[in-house]
Write a protein that binds this ligand. Structure first.
Ligand SMILES: Cc1cc2nc3c(=O)[nH]c(=O)nc-3n(C[C@H](O)[C@H](O)[C@H](O)COP(=O)(O)OP(=O)(O)OC[C@H]3O[C@@H](n4cnc5c(N)ncnc54)[C@H](O)[C@@H]3O)c2cc1C
Length: 327
């Protein structure tokens, strides 16, 4: 058996969005290799998830069901995936650049003695190798990585691929894979799980993001950013300096060690534009910057910029947006 195997993570009430994106990313690879596109689901109960994977393009679905796979766990999911890969022997394994995927992917590759391409935004098969592209230097350049040894392992950046249109009645073969998971062999112990209460649009899904930086001087000004985000139907984000200072929780952080966003419009207020921050917005279509320092690096990337004190610029900006919306 060969194939392009998608490690399909489970989300709230179904497959995680990344699983559907990976199926879209995997389809042309499977076609180029002349092999099937397969999904692997590791969960306590797979239930209708296999059919959902079929609807989004999987031709074959493998399911490992085990009580230890109820929640994302780096060791148990690695063990389950490793056993599945050894049994299925796919030509490629695609994972999401998610907290689970970035832990499991490189460890899987190491165990299989192959390379891994991380944070990939494009993939193709050329001359028997997997050619992957990934943004580097804060998104200012693209690196091409060639994997020549199978299975090719890659972690794919969320939102880099659009899911395929779902089929109404997919005919998908579902096969159960027995996995042996031993609690004594795992090193990671989950002490607590905290559910982050999300209100409004998710930062990763927002078409408009209004983000603030250290130059705001404290948590209070974020109320104005929230007001602007609300008017534009967007979400609020922040630089790491803001989260490190405890002005906002870490789920707001954008950048290398925070979230990667793909908005159409990004309004950066009092953010300098450090490369680690820019790494999270490299695929944003339009950057608007408000900063009092005309030499701030953010202006090099911004489509529109205002050099000035946010305390003056932002209220005027919000007023203008309000007026435009009332027209
Ligand atoms: C390994 C590593 C990973 C990192 N990961 C991330 C990451 O994921 N995300 C991230 O954001 N950072 C990250 N950083 C930190 C990053 O290097 C910067 O330190 C951080 O982004 C700076 O945040 P800032 O722009 O809010 O603050 P600053 O760099 O302090 O910039 C504040 C800006 O506000 C402007 N300003 C001040 N007052 C006003 C005013 N009144 N009106 C208008 N403008 C004003 C200033 O001119 C300045 O440009 C990382 C660093 C490392 C080493």
């Amino acid at each position: 058996m060969a194939g392009v195997l998608v490690f399909a993570e489970v989300g709230e009430g179904g497959l995680a969005p990344i699983a559907k994106e990976l199926l879209a990313a995997g389809r042309p690879l499977a076609q180029a290799l002349g092999e099937p596109l397969v999904a692997f689901i590791a969960a306590e109960k797979a239930g209708p998830l296999a059919q959902e994977a079929g609807a989004f393009g999987a031709q074959q679905v493998y399911v490992a069901e085990h009580a230890f796979l109820k929640d994302a766990h780096p060791d148990y999911h690695l063990l389950a995936l490793e056993q599945a890969v050894k049994r299925i022997t796919p030509s490629a394994v695609l994972l999401g650049k998610t907290p689970l995927g970035v832990t499991v992917g490189p460890r899987l590759a190491f165990r299989l003695g192959v390379g891994v391409a991380q944070d990939v935004v494009s993939l193709k098969v050329e001359g028997g190798a997997l050619i992957a592209e990934r943004p580097v230097y804060g998104g200012n350049a693209m690196a091409r990585v060639a994997l020549r040894q199978k299975p090719f392992v890659a972690t794919v950046r969320p939102k880099a691929f659009e899911p395929l249109a779902p089929q109404a009645n997919p005919s998908v073969a579902v096969q159960s894979i027995p996995v042996s998971l031993d609690a004594s062999s795992v090193k990671v112990k989950v002490l607590e799980r905290k559910k982050v209460e999300a209100t409004g649009i998710r930062l990763e899904d927002a078409r408009v993001v209004v983000a603030g930086g250290r130059g705001l001087g404290g948590p209070e000004p974020f109320q104005q950013l929230e007001e602007l985000a609300r008017l534009l139907g967007g979400a609020v984000g922040a630089s790491r300096a803001v989260c490190d200072a405890g002005w906002l929780p870490y789920q707001y952080q954008i950048g290398l060690t925070g979230k990667t966003i793909t908005a159409d419009l990004y309004i950066a207020v009092a953010i300098s534009g450090a490369s680690q921050h820019m790494a999270g917005i490299s695929t944003v279509k339009n950057i608007v910057a408000i900063n009092k320092d005309g030499d701030a690096p953010i202006f090099q990337e911004a489509r529109f910029g205002v050099v000035g004190d946010w305390k003056k610029v932002l209220p005027a900006f919000i007023d203008e947006v309000r007026k435009l919306l009332q027209r």
